[in-house]
Design a protein around this ligand. Structure first.
Ligand code: PPS
Length: 295
């Protein structure tokens, strides 16, 4: 398959979920991926702080050492399981197969799409959730710059697609609530983007504890500083500027875009906000999961 075939291609439905077409090719590699009990996964609905958490986890693992952080792209330190684009980016499964344990694995997969042996190995998960309105705005801008996704249209058109789950990985509502329920019977540290933004040190300490690491105060402060939005935006190893422009065009919208809570207010009209809230109430009815749309 040549590159142009996968550019701006419509979603491919994989077991009922809209999937990035390039990733859907040879899906068996995802289903047959061999998990290990020592693997720790960072799982999120897209645009919820995955890269941020990946960088935090990798720094904790390396005792705050920034040596590798400045030289190796995050896509190789915390590879994304399902990512693949023949001839453009290597498959996450291939990078992971060559990695020594303990591995950190990134994924946006909903519960039912994870490899079966993920559950057999009882792999630990750090799940990061972000409020739906900011995710919709971030995802909209990502669809504009990521040419592996179909064009999002206007923001109004996009919002309809987001609410109906006609976006990559399907419904935000189903993703966040099903992983929330899953933590009852699986080792999951469920964190919120807004909490990390509010008090990164407090949330990073939770991650340290979950990973079974003890780091001194100075190291912890260094990790907070190294994972601030501005530092990550300027770091080529995490800001996705190493990805070929045939896939991501940062001139349209940078991957490290704003990194704030509440940007939705600059996008939603009053009418859109009311419509979204009414729909949200219906879809999230009955869950104990609560989000903050500003901090
Ligand atoms: S992806 O493509 O799904 O893996 O994207 P993901 O990394 O999950 O989310 C990208 C959004 O996270 C913001 N980001 C950060 N915010 C605060 N602090 C730090 N350090 C940070 N790093 C990444 C990034 O800017 C995207 O959000 P928006 O709202 O678009 O700026």
């Amino acid at each position: 398959m040549t590159s142009p075939d996968i550019i701006r291609h419509d979603w491919e439905i994989v077991h009922g979920y809209p999937m990035v077409y390039a990733f859907s090719i040879n899906w068996e590699r995802v289903e047959q991926f061999q998990c290990k009990p020592q693997d720790v996964w960072v799982i999120t609905y897209p645009k919820s702080g995955t890269t941020w958490m990946s960088e935090i986890m990798d720094l904790i693992k390396n005792d705050g050492s920034v040596e590798k952080q400045g030289k190796v792209p995050i896509t190789e330190r915390v590879p994304m399981l399902e990512a693949a684009a023949p001839g453009i980016i290597p498959a996450g499964t291939e990078i992971l197969e060559k990695m020594p344990s303990p591995r950190f694995v990134k994924s946006h997969l909903p519960i039912s799409l994870l490899p079966k042996n993920f559950w057999d190995n009882n792999c630990k998960v750090i799940y990061v959730a972000r409020n739906a309105k900011d995710v919709a705005v971030s995802f909209y801008n990502f669809d504009r710059m990521n040419k592996f996704h179909p064009e999002p249209g206007t923001f109004a058109e996009y919002l309809e697609k987001f609410m109906s789950g006609n976006v990559a990985y399907g419904s935000w509502y189903e993703h966040v609530t099903s992983w929330w329920e899953k933590k009852k019977d699986h080792p999951i540290l469920y964190l919120f983007y807004e909490d990390i933004k509010e008090d990164p040190k407090r949330e990073i300490q939770k991650v340290m504890q979950f990973l079974g690491k003890k780091l001194d105060e100075e190291t912890l402060d260094r990790i907070v500083q190294r994972t601030s939005f501005q530092t990550m935006k300027d770091n080529f190893m995490v800001n996705y500027k190493t990805i070929p422009t045939i896939m991501m065009d940062h001139d349209i919208s940078p991957f490290m875009r704003k990194g704030i809570a509440g940007d939705w207010k600059n996008y939603f009209t009053v009418a859109q906000n009311e419509m979204f809230d009414a729909d949200y109430e219906k879809k999230m009815h009955g869950t104990t999961l609560k989000f903050r749309t500003e901090i």
